[in-house]
Design a protein around this ligand. Structure first.
Ligand code: PMP
Length: 399
């Protein structure tokens, strides 16, 4: 099969998913009315798949900061920090991130994806070992591949399995890198961080936690699962993204280890890509300040998460294991998933359709992500739609 034939085969498969040109895997949002509502195919649609956890994309302070920085510094940096130099804002944001996490070191990357690629590939190499929770995000898998290290998966959230596998490494266990997430991106469950930390301590391994979905969401001051679990001092590296609670684009790593600084000179995904634009940096700095000073946003988010999760649970849908702003509804087979996704879409609701191989355990999921900016009325529209499936022919399909 030629390279182009291979792409043709994929095109045909995609065409069946994309039936009626509804584009579940890439809808075009023609207009945005707010953080939670847009227009898709001319229809006013409630957005329930944005990861916009705190709803800050339309926050006035963030928008003003972005405008002002764009006017002052221009639209882009047009290159990497090592080649073109850093802007003052990059360094200020790094200081503010370090202060927010109570550590001394921080690096800003261009995306959360490159933060994981850049950190993992700079920390380990050929001959080293990575211990990876099997539910980790694709960016972590890709970082592991780029590093050339040996990759060992342990069972999801299973500290005993991690222990067993580290034990098998013998002397090499102390130079292993363990990687887990705060809130797992697909099923929305928390990492079992306290137990994972106990195991990493036992073997003196290093621990990296990706808090992409938990920054601003968990912990007394929004620092994520490491803070909520009271184990921050034992986490060696925290990576995260600006594209969810911080409502921008970019990524970062923070650490108490001074060695983080040298990674700027060794990490290819840091060196060989353009740095975040001044506007993005400015809005992210403002959003970080808002997260630090407004616990009420987090309370609003959890109130909404509880409302949607408990509502769906009461209808007996099979959900993610715990209440979380990421609520994955397991809808069985691919055709059922597509059909339900389309019915939701027809009712003006956009959720993420997630199919294997992107899902754990090859499940087909309607993944909802809740925002502090959702109104109860919007969430009730979503609940009504899911309730209606239970009284239609889909109820039989789901049984
Ligand atoms: N880590 C996790 C757990 C994620 O879910 C994502 C994105 N969904 C990323 C990293 C990458 O973040 P970004 O969108 O900033 O590249």
């Amino acid at each position: 099969m030629s390279l182009l034939d291979r792409l043709q085969a994929f095109t045909q498969q995609h065409a069946t998913t994309d039936a009626d040109s509804m584009a579940p895997l890439g809808a075009v949002i023609e207009h945005l009315y707010s953080a939670t509502e847009g227009s898709i195919k001319g229809r006013r649609t409630i957005l329930v798949g944005t990861n916009n956890y705190l709803g800050l994309t339309f926050d006035n302070q963030c928008i003003n900061a972005n405008h002002q920085a764009t006017r002052t510094y221009g639209t882009g940096t047009t290159g990497s920090r090592l080649a073109n130099g850093s802007y003052a804002g990059h360094q200020e944001l790094e200081k503010e991130l370090a202060a927010f996490y109570g550590v001394n070191h921080s690096i800003v990357f261009s995306t959360g994806y490159t933060a994981n690629l850049g950190m993992i590939s700079a920390l380990v190499g050929k001959g080293d070992t990575i211990m990876l929770d099997e539910h980790c995000h694709a960016s972590i898998y890709d970082g592991c591949k780029l590093s050339g290290a040996d990759i060992i998966h342990f069972r999801h959230n299973n500290a005993a399995d991690l222990d067993k596998r580290l034990n098998r490494l013998g002397d090499k266990a102390s130079s292993a890198l363990v990687i887990v997430e705060g809130i797992y991106s697909m099923l929305g469950d928390r990492g079992n961080l306290k137990d994972i930390v106990d195991v990493k301590q036992k073997y003196d391994a290093l621990l990296l936690v990706d808090e992409a979905h938990s920054l601003g969401v968990l912990g007394e001051s929004g620092r994520g699962l490491s803070q909520e679990s009271g184990v921050e001092q034992h986490v060696d590296f925290i990576t995260g993204t600006f594209s969810k609670s911080l409502a921008g684009i970019g990524g970062f790593c923070v650490s108490q280890h001074p060695e983080l600084e040298v990674i700027r000179y060794t990490s290819r995904p840091y060196i060989f890509t353009a740095s975040p634009s001044p506007g993005t940096i400015a809005s992210t700095r403002t959003a970080l300040g808002i997260i630090s000073n407004n616990p009420s946003l987090r309370e609003q988010l959890w109130d909404n998460a509880n409302r949607l999760y408990n509502g769906l649970k009461s209808m007996s849908y099979e959900l993610s294991p715990e209440v979380s702003p990421v609520i994955a509804v397991n809808v069985g087979e691919r055709d059922d998933a597509l059909s339900m996704w389309k019915k939701l879409f027809d009712r003006g609701i956009y959720v993420n359709l997630v199919m294997p191989p992107a899902t754990p355990n090859r499940k087909c999921l309607l993944r909802c992500s809740v925002s502090a900016a959702h109104t109860h009325a919007q969430l009730d529209v979503v609940l009504d739609a899911f309730a209606s499936f239970q009284s239609s022919e889909l109820k039989e399909q789901l049984a």
